[in-house]
Design a protein around this ligand. Structure first.
Ligand SMILES: NC(=O)c1ccc[n+]([C@@H]2O[C@H](COP(=O)([O-])OP(=O)(O)OC[C@H]3O[C@@H](n4cnc5c(N)ncnc54)[C@H](O)[C@@H]3O)[C@@H](O)[C@H]2O)c1
Length: 272
């Protein structure tokens, strides 16, 4: 079996997770060729070099395009801030690489659509970092629901609590930038949305409440900066999804009509 050559762009929190995961492939699965950590890209050369030494990559670049162009790279892990996902993923797919891109897919529908088109045209494997849906417990739940074990799903409640920006003193970072998307909706809420999509089917609509608990955050260099992004709580509904997972014949007398159809609903809360 051919060993996959890995390229990694971004080496922050998730970049380290991807590097650890690639290093864990051989000991975990045993029967696969050990992936080769070929080329790592970061925002500048010095950081790229030090991270390559730390994470075990053979080459390092301060320009992510060198990673994508490297002929020894078969797959590119993209773990950069959200606004870079589309450009990097499309470039990698166009260069004939498989892609594992972190969530959220993109910060606009147009970018996400362009990524999808590039993935389809490439014929390569394109995966997004919705890690909770790969959990064996989630797959088991999906099977149980599909088999009708709990009947028609009328209500789903998911809570995802994260507190790492709950502290008012947490500094302004890229997740507070308007360019990163919608704030907590992109950062956290996409996880329960991905779960609902896997468990009860794609959602047609979402109602979102986006408060802003901290209008400003401190800057590491002193002073503070206005925060354009928001926290989020949302409820999502797609009645049709419930029909599709109902047992054959479940839409029997007494089943709700479309106007009062069962709802797949999700609410998320967070403390910051
Ligand atoms: N799947 C999950 O559960 C999960 C969890 C956390 C974050 N994420 C996602 O992972 C991505 C990264 O988040 P993070 O928390 O690791 O952020 P981070 O800030 O810790 O890391 C981002 C890295 O990207 C690098 N970078 C920035 N611009 C770059 C460029 N032009 N070229 C190359 N490198 C560049 C930064 O130097 C940094 O090392 C985000 O999209 C985030 O939504 C996913």
């Amino acid at each position: 079996m051919k060993s996959l050559g890995i390229g990694l762009i971004g080496t922050g929190y998730m970049g380290k997770c991807h590097a650890l995961a690639w290093n864990a492939v051989a000991p975990t699965f045993g029967d696969v060729a050990r992936p080769r950590l070929v080329h790592l890209g970061e925002a500048n050369e010095a950081l790229a070099r030090s991270k390559a030494a730390e994470l075990g990559f053979a080459r390092a670049s301060g320009d992510w395009r060198r990673v994508v162009e490297d002929p020894e790279v078969d797959l590119v892990s993209i773990t950069t801030p959200n606004q870079f996902h589309a450009e990097m993923a499309i470039a990698a797919l166009t260069a004939g690489k498989h892609v594992w891109c972190e969530k959220p897919m993109a910060t606009s529908l147009a970018d996400a659509t362009a990524m999808l088109e590039a993935a389809e045209a490439s014929g390569k494997v394109a995966a997004l970092g919705y890690n909770y849906i790969q959990n064996p417990a989630t797959r088991h739940m999906r099977r149980l629901i599909a088999d009708g074990a709990i009947g028609t799903v009328n209500h789903v409640r998911v809570e995802m609590d994260e507190d790492f920006m709950a502290d008012a003193a947490a500094p302004f970072g890229w997740k507070s930038e308007a360019a990163s998307g919608y704030g907590a909706l992109d950062d956290f809420a996409v996880h329960p949305l991905s779960l609902l999509t896997v468990l009860v089917g794609p959602l047609a609509s979402a109602v979102v409440d986006m408060p802003k608990p901290y209008a400003e955050r401190p800057l590491p260099s002193g002073g503070s900066r206005a925060v354009p992004t928001s926290c989020s709580a949302f409820k999502a509904a797609r009645p049709a999804a419930c029909w599709s997972i109902a047992r054959p014949g479940a839409a029997r007398a007494g089943s709700p009509s479309r106007s009062s159809a069962p709802r797949a609903r999700c609410s998320t809360t967070r403390s910051g």
